[in-house]
Each structure stands twice: as structure tokens, then as C-alpha cells.
Design a protein around this ligand. Structure first.
Ligand code: ATP
Length: 315
């Protein structure tokens, strides 16, 4: 299943929740929506699954047979933000009910349910009512309910929330396997370290708008355009001498023996290193790549400061 979202906008009374967003996800890809609370991730997903209508823009769905006018229930799975299972009924009752709703053959449903419960270590608890389960275990049951009919498109709002690290890994493995089987996965998440390992492409949103999108390398090129190096040397001397060098944008002391240096993008580093080394002997240098988590924090912080400045100017 392929999704093409073009210039999508959703306005509520006082807020533009999704502001001119475009993205493409293809079969066999995992796409992550990232952004702080209220960024517009769920609003985007709700339009995709047809729960709300866009004010502007389009969503086109296609598969190997060509375009599809709209998603039908058997095509996709949706794990919503507000989970809805019957709290007084057992795990088995809940999953059996969902399987029936999805029109699954009874013996196939039973087989899949048993396999999933085994995978998520819930087999022994299958006759317990939902309300007795911890938040994480409820989340696992909800995820099973979502995936039971094995659809081509899987849309998950915060699938890792409430799960411990071991179960987060289980879910990572499930999603990777879906991808390997050619399914399309779109998810929202706050766990950058997991997304960095999992997602083929991502969209970083804030206040409904796209701040960066694409592969991790493309996100990095947008959010960390400067070349940053970690250099082992006498930090105090480096601070004193390198700041004045034309090719250096900034020098930050990390500790007594390490600095981070931002190099002007137009400078040839092969020529720069000997010049710097003459001023302050360098013991080692290596390019520094920020992780998604750090890039995310820096970008969201800068964006919030920008919004505050604009509000201040308007006041
Ligand atoms: N039904 C609604 N009516 C009015 N405003 C809404 C509605 N749903 C969402 N919003 C607003 O739209 C904006 C985006 O909300 P949304 O829930 O899409 O963000 P989110 O990125 O999913 O956040 P979170 O990470 O907290 O789930 C927020 O300002 C929110 O208050």
C-alpha cells in the first residue's frame, strides 16, 4: 500500500492542527511522525484513516493494482491514541470479539490469538479481565487486536507508550517483520532512539508544520547542516587560538581535553587541520553526528523560541 499526502491542512476553531503537510510512504517502509505534544500527529493520522476530513489538500492511496478511492477496513489497522477495549471482559473475549468484527475465520483467529499471546508473554493471563492488567500489558493486547487481521497498512499512534524496554524491543521486532513482509507502517512516537533504529523516513512536526522530513541522513542535512568535529587537545588553548581562525565558526569546550568545533561549510578540512595543529597540537579528531534525540531537542527548542519571539513582537 502506498500513501501520498499532499498539502494537507486541518483547522480546528482556534488552531491549525496540520498545516500544509506533504509526505509519501510506500510498501515495505516504516514512516515515523515525530513532534511534541500537540504538534498535530494524531490529527494527521485521523484524517488518513477517515475519522475527520481535511480542510485542504489530498490523500491518495494505491497498491500494486493501482489507485484506491478510499481505505476499506480490511486494508488497514489503526491503533488509536485512546485505546478502547472492554475492561470487564477477558483478554480472550476482547480479542475474539475483534477477530469476529474483522470477519476472521474462527480457527485462524484462534491460532493467531494464541501465537500473539505467546509472543507477548500473555498466554497465562488470557482469562483475566483487562482491568487487572498493567498499562503495558493492556497496550500489548491492544496492539494484538490491531494486527490480528494482518492488513497491508498499519497505522499506530504511539505504539511504544507504556511499554518497558524489553517489550519495546518486541514491538520493534514485530514492526520490522511487517516491513520485511512488504507492509506499510506509519507510526507516531516520542522514543527517538527507537525511531532512529526503526524508521526509513520521518517527519518532524511542530505547531502543525513540517520542520524536517526524509531519511535520517536527510533530516540530519536539514537540522545539522554545519560540520561539527570532536577534537582531543588542550581545550583552553583551542578556545584561545582557534576562534580567530577564518575557517572556524565556533569552538565549544566539552572538558579540559575535548572541544567541539564547527567548521565553515566552504573550508577544505584537509588544509585546515595542519593549520590548527600548528597553533594547538591535536591528539585526535572525528566528525560528530548528533543523534535524532539531540537534533530533535535542539530543533524544537529553537522553534519554540522563534514562536515566542513572534508572539512577543505581535503583543
Ligand atoms: N477535536 C479537536 N478540537 C479542537 N482542537 C483539537 C482537536 N483535536 C486536536 N486539537 C488540537 O490540535 C492540535 C494538534 O493536536 P494533536 O492531538 O493532533 O497533536 P499530537 O501531535 O497528536 O499530540 P500528542 O503527542 O500529545 O498526542 C492541538 O493544539 C490540539 O489541542
Amino acid at each position: 500500500m502506498n500513501i501520498q499526502i499532499t498539502n494537507l491542512t486541518k483547522r480546528y476553531k482556534t488552531v491549525t492542527a496540520v498545516d500544509n503537510i506533504s509526505l509519501t510512504v510506500n510498501s515495505g517502509e516504516i514512516y515515523a511522525l515525530l513532534g511534541p505534544n500537540g504538534a498535530g500527529k494524531s490529527s494527521l493520522v485521523r484524517m488518513l484513516v477517515g475519522l475527520t476530513q481535511a480542510d485542504e489538500g489530498s490523500i491518495e492511496i494505491s497498491n500494486s493494482n493501482g489507485p484506491r478511492p478510499q481505505l476499506s477496513p480490511e486494508d488497514f489497522a489503526y491503533l488509536p491514541e485512546d485505546r478502547g477495549l472492554y475492561q470487564d471482559r477477558t483478554i480472550l473475549d476482547n480479542l475474539g470479539f475483534i477477530a469476529e468484527l474483522r470477519g476472521l475465520d474462527k480457527s485462524l483467529a484462534q491460532q493467531r490469538i494464541e501465537q500473539w499471546l505467546e509472543y507477548f508473554d500473555l498466554s497465562e493471563r488470557k482469562k483475566e479481565p483487562m482491568r487487572q492488567l498493567s498499562k503495558g500489558n493492556q497496550q500489548k493486547v491492544q496492539l494484538i487486536a490491531t494486527l490480528l487481521h494482518d492488513p497491508d497498512l498499519v497505522i499506530l499512534d504511539e505504539p511504544f507508550s507504556g511499554l518497558d524496554p524489553v517489550n519495546q524491543e518486541h514491538v520493534m521486532n514485530v514492526l520490522t517483520e511487517l516491513k520485511q513482509r512488504g507492509k506499510t507502517v506509519l507510526l507516531s512516537a516520542h522514543q527517538m532512539a527507537l525511531v532512529e533504529r526503526l524508521a526509513d523516513k520521518m517527519l518532524l512536526m511542530s505547531h502543525g508544520r513540517a520542520l524536517a522530513q526524509g531519511t535520517l541522513a536527510e533530516i540530519r542535512a536539514t537540522l545539522q547542516p554545519q560540520r561539527v568535529y570532536r577534537i582531543e587537545c588542550n581545550a583552553q588553548m583551542a578556545q584561545a587560538h582557534w576562534h580567530q581562525h577564518d575557517g572556524i565558526v565556533d569552538v565549544t569546550e566539552i572538558d579540559n581535553d575535548v572541544v567541539h568545533v564547527i567548521v565553515d561549510p566552504y573550508v577544505d578540512v584537509e588544509q585546515l587541520w595542519p593549520q590548527l595543529n600548528q597553533q594547538v597540537p591535536m591528539r585526535s579528531f572525528s566528525p560528530l553526528q548528533l543523534g535524532l534525540h539531540e537534533m530533535y531537542l535542539n530543533t524544537i527548542e529553537q522553534n519554540n523560541n522563534k514562536s515566542k519571539d513572534i508572539q512577543h513582537e505581535l503583543a
